[in-house]
Design a protein around this ligand. Structure first.
Ligand SMILES: CC(=O)N[C@H](C=O)[C@@H](O)[C@H](O)[C@H](O)CO
Ligand SMILES: CC(=O)C(=O)O
Length: 307
């Protein structure tokens, strides 16, 4: 890689994709969205067009427009804009990777294709490599989310030796609950100065103990401020306070899960908490009843304001 690498650490918001009532991407919300994250949540990096951003439900052209606007408005404000470029077709991912490089993104990430699932880690490594060559100067992150992709092998197997085939490889976003595999990813990454970012927000403390460098998640859009306090307590060695905050965090997510928490509900919660108009989700996700989102939003606000 030709330039020095800014290590990805801390909280990263996996952003929602604002849509109009008619279901078109609503680029006008992105400027205020960035200000909200920085000013209200103390969150300075974003991961766009991922799961939370309904990236796989967007067209390649929409994804490019969104990425361009996030980079443009984020310039000088956000620390890092990571663009998720995972698609079913490697050609689309390559095009998005090349585009991300052309607009000044700080990094790219890919999930495994989920229709034709790679049979083993070698196949997935090859796929990631062939995407990375279209943006050889951009840090590349593997986004491990087996619950969505159906990938049956360990993320640590994907990492093993990947530096030999992908010089720009820079880490993994780990959305899974296998702490053995996660720990092996952290251990392997240490010697390469890569970042491991955890993606199961309600279990963050377990991952922090294993030494992850940060977290990418949907709830940091509206709970970033309080989770930043939790990170500070952890860094100060205050285990009692860290655990107390994690327990409260878990309680909010459990409440949400009992009401049927998914990306659609989550998106509406973001609108309720932030006052930003995220709009509806895109089919096949169904819009969420406002009353349900309001009940969750109230829990979120109580948690944030109680500290
Ligand atoms: C499956 C999924 O979308 N996971 C997200 C990140 O990867 C998380 O941020 C969750 O939305 C969050 O942990 C709430 O369950
Ligand atoms: C949570 C996350 O990282 C995503 O939405 O892709």
């Amino acid at each position: 890689m030709s330039r020095s690498i800014k290590k990805l650490t801390g909280l990263v918001a996996a952003t929602f994709t604002p849509l109009t009532a008619e279901g078109e991407i609503n680029l006008s919300v992105i400027g205020p969205y960035i200000d909200y994250l920085i000013e209200n949540q103390n969150v300075k990096s974003v991961f766009i067009n991922g799961t939370t951003g309904e990236g796989c439900s967007l067209t390649v052209d929409e994804r490019k427009q969104l990425a361009a606007v996030w980079c443009q408005h984020g310039k000088g404000k956000l620390e890092q804009v990571i663009v998720h470029v995972g698609c079913m077709s490697i050609k689309d991912s390559q095009e998005l990777a090349r585009h991300a490089a052309s607009i000044g993104a700080d990094g790219i990430a890919v999930i495994s294709p989920s229709y034709f699932i790679p049979v083993n880690a070698d196949a997935l490594r090859l796929f990631i490599k062939e995407v990375s060559t279209f943006a050889p100067d951009l840090p590349m992150y593997y986004y491990h989310i087996p619950s969505m992709t159906g990938v049956a092998f360990d993320a640590a197997d994907v990492l093993n030796g990947i530096e030999q085939v992908i010089p720009s490889f820079q880490g993994v976003k780990y959305t899974g609950t296998d702490l053995r595999d996660l720990g092996q990813c952290v251990c392997y990454s240490q010697s390469h100065n890569w970042s491991v970012l955890f993606g199961v927000d309600e279990q963050l403390l377990g991952a922090l103990v294993l030494g992850v460098h940060g977290a990418v998640g949907s709830t940091y859009n509206y709970l970033g401020c309080i989770v930043n306090k939790m990170l500070a307590a952890f860094d100060n060695g205050n285990h009692m306070q860290t655990r107390a905050l994690q327990f409260e965090f878990m309680e909010v997510i459990t409440f949400a899960k009992n009401l049927g928490f998914d990306v659609s509900v989550n998106k509406q919660v973001m609108s309720e908490v932030s006052g930003l108009a995220m709009g509806p989700p895109r089919l096949p996700l169904l819009p969420c009843p406002v009353s349900k989102a309001q009940a969750i939003a109230q829990k979120v606000k109580d948690f944030s304001q109680g500290h």
